[in-house]
Design a protein around this ligand. Structure first.
Ligand code: XMP
Length: 520
């Protein structure tokens, strides 16, 4: 656990699909919180963590089942406000002397409306101005008898105990999920909760920056750190923060595999080396990668070839840095959250596309991960705080294997050069039309087919390309972006006029699933 000086809230996770959203809501309110699986929380942990409030999450179990999860009893003797949500409510009632019963046809899933019994509870400030509040329910069991000291403050048709509280002890228990989007008053609800728990909103990016700088100095001491820089937002923010903390003890290694977009390598090098004065090894290994990829058209072989070479090159350069003991990574909070497993111990979800994954063990390096407590949008806020330009912070994701997976079939230098130009025109169009920030990711794929066209009086026989643009929240699912026909027509004309080698442009309207965002 990190040593931190600000006020903190503990979320005890019983395995709900939406526990992370509780953390999102709280952090939006500038409240520092951590999610810990219920198995890991005991009285000693609570004393060490010293939360100023506790939230008990929802979860898939039934409190009526033998061996189902419980909160440590010490949660209820800490003297701090406790909020139980859904399964968390049922846990509270069970442990504090109430009753829960099985649904038997009264389960509620999805939208429901809560009406007040007594709206004077401070937790409900700002609620019920229109008589009722839309909330999102997802439960089978329900509370049938309140624990001593609790009263009902709101009900829904299938949840007579939708909002309950023991105001004297500051115990609050609700049947619905205030953290989800479909509970529109959820943000206000959490704001009320943290206000009555005395939070002042001291979790700011400025405070985080200062704290992390101190922690990095303490962790690293006089030793050296290496950082693989991809040009993406996460590794860039991590590198700049670490550089602020330890200056020239940090060396960044930028592996340029020759599969980057137009001007990308130059931009990364000039920003980090010239603007931020960070020691940077620019490993220009285009020949190595492109030679190895010659004749390869199978997507998995491409990925594996690139992944292996990437690690080799990174390791070679890292080995040249005398006395490096630490490897910096831009790991984010969602990558490290332990999810609760009911069959075994907590399991850890790790980013599947980690370019330097496996390196720390192989090289015997310790990790420095200054972003491991942040969500993606918090990393952007931190980048902003560190002075990174907005256009850099808001960049679309770019895959580790780069343009290789946007060039189905065999990769050639010619095709890559054409692809770079077409991609640059397409992104220029998107920016000019003010659409960049509405789109999760946009790129061109050059297709392994040539088609006949006519330009001027001549026949052409050039490549076709596909434009891709998707909306998404996390890259797991995606939909194609609904460009206007006018935009598409204008873009096709520009690409064909400005990029020799392409004479046909198509637009990919496949969603994910069943497609993927990248073409390979
Ligand atoms: P797919 O194509 O699987 O992509 O729908 C989902 C998201 O992941 C990115 N992506 C990668 N990122 N290394 C990465 O760092 C990779 O190997 C990789 N493959 C796909 C892709 O750009 C999209 O944002």
């Amino acid at each position: 656990m990190t040593q931190i000086s600000h006020q903190r809230l503990l979320i005890i996770d019983f395995g709900s699909q939406v526990t992370q959203l509780i953390a999102r809501r709280l952090r939006e309110l500038n409240v520092y919180c951590e999610i810990h699986p219920y198995q890991n929380v005991d009285a000693a942990f609570l004393t060490g963590f010293a939360p100023q409030a506790v939230v008990l999450s929802g979860g898939p179990a039934s409190v009526l089942d033998d061996g189902s999860p419980r909160a440590p009893d010490a949660v209820f003797t800490l003297g701090v406000p406790v909020l139980g949500i859904c399964y968390g409510q049922q846990v509270m009632m069970t442990q504090l002397g109430g009753q829960v019963e099985r649904g038997n046809g009264t389960a509620e899933f999805g939208r429901a409306y809560v009406t007040p019994e007594d709206a004077s509870l401070p937790l409900l400030d700002g609620w019920f101005s229109e008589g009722r509040e839309q909330v999102w329910m997802s439960h089978g069991d329900h509370v049938s008898e309140l624990a001593p000291g609790f009263e009902v403050f709101g009900t829904s048709p299938n949840a007579p105990f939708a909002i309950t509280a023991d105001p004297d002890r500051h115990f609050y228990a609700v049947q619905f999920h205030p953290e989800v989007h479909h509970t529109p008053g959820g943000k206000q609800f959490y704001a009320n909760f943290v206000k009555l728990a005395g939070f002042t909103g001291d979790w700011t990016m400025g405070a985080y920056r200062e704290q992390m700088i101190e922690e990095i100095r303490e962790q690293v001491g006089e030793k050296k750190v290496i950082c693989g820089l991809s040009g993406g937002v996460d590794s860039s923010v991590a590198a700049i923060l670490i550089h602020e903390a330890i200056g020239d003890q940090l060396t960044c290694v930028f592996v340029d595999h020759g599969l980057l977009r137009k001007n990308e390598a130059d931009e990364v090098v000039s920003m980090f080396r010239d603007h931020y004065n960070i020691q940077l090894i620019h490993a220009d290994e285009e020949d190595l990668f492109l030679n190895a990829l010659e004749g390869v058209s199978d997507p998995e072989v491409k990925r594996k070839t690139i992944g292996k070479l990437f690690i080799d090159v990174f390791q070679k350069h890292a080995d040249s840095i005398d006395g490096a003991e630490f490897l910096a990574q831009g790991t984010l909070y969602p990558d490290v959250i332990e999810s609760v497993s009911f069959s075994g111990g907590p399991s850890v979800t790790i980013k599947s596309h980690h370019n330097v994954g496996g390196l720390p063990e192989k090289m015997g390096l310790k990790l420095v991960e200054p972003l491991r407590e942040l969500f993606k949008d918090e990393v952007r806020a931190l980048g902003h705080e560190l002075g990174l330009p907005d256009h850099f912070i808001g960049r679309h994701p770019f895959p580790g294997p780069g343009l290789a997976i946007r060039c189905p079939g065999e990769i050639t230098r010619d095709k890559l050069a054409i692809l770079r130009e077409a991609d640059a025109v397409y992104l220029d169009q998107i920016r000019k039309h003010g659409l960049y920030d509405e789109i999760w990711q946009a790129f061109v794929a050059i297709l392994p087919v040539r088609t006949v066209g006519v330009m001027g009086d001549g026949r052409t026989y050039d490549y076709a390309c596909a434009l891709r643009a998707v909306t998404s929240v996390d890259g797991m699912t995606a939909d194609y972006y609904p460009f206007s026909h006018e935009f598409l027509g204008e873009t096709a004309t520009r690409i064909i006029n400005e990029v020799p080698g392409i004479n046909r442009v198509t637009y990919d309207i496949t969603s994910k699933p069943p497609g993927t965002i990248e073409w390979e």
